[in-house]
Design a protein around this ligand. Structure first.
Ligand SMILES: [Zn+2]
Ligand SMILES: [Zn+2]
Length: 132
């Protein structure tokens, strides 16, 4: 299907991608540059990485949040989207991830305990609480 590139607004055709081929390639290059820089300079800060790779700070935070970087900048600070605890990778802290995982495994192990619905409610309650 035809769509507009999120970056340059050019019309292109791709079933799922939001970026045209050129912007997609640039996005890949930016990501590689950030990842490689951090691999070679594990103690670097977000600002240093941005300066050295010429990649936007916002974009670097996006990579961190998406958990795409093996090494995160030294001063990267993110918040758990559920409880607000400070974390260095991903979107939820280890504790909330554990909670969620327990819910999931309960659901898998005890399907008789109407747990599918319970798990759903639990998830919704969890997601709601992050907006408080
Ligand atoms: Zn584009
Ligand atoms: Zn949390």
């Amino acid at each position: 299907m035809l769509r507009n590139c999120e970056e340059c607004n050019r019309v292109f055709s791709h079933p799922s991608r939001g970026l045209c081929p050129e912007c997609y390639e640039k996005a890949q290059k930016d990501f590689d540059a950030v990842r490689n820089y951090l691999k070679e300079n594990p103690g670097a800060t977000v600002v240093e990485v941005a300066r050295e790779t010429e990649v936007d700070v916002d974009l670097i935070y996006e990579y961190i949040q998406e958990g795409r970087l093996d090494v995160v900048p030294r001063d990267a600070s993110l918040q758990c989207t559920i409880c607000g605890a400070s974390i260095t990778i991903g979107r939820v802290c280890a504790r909330c991830r554990n909670d969620l995982r327990n819910t999931m495994s309960q659901k898998a192990q005890a399907p008789k305990l109407k747990s599918r619905q319970d798990a759903k409610v639990y998830m919704i309650e969890h997601l709601k609480s992050r907006n408080d």
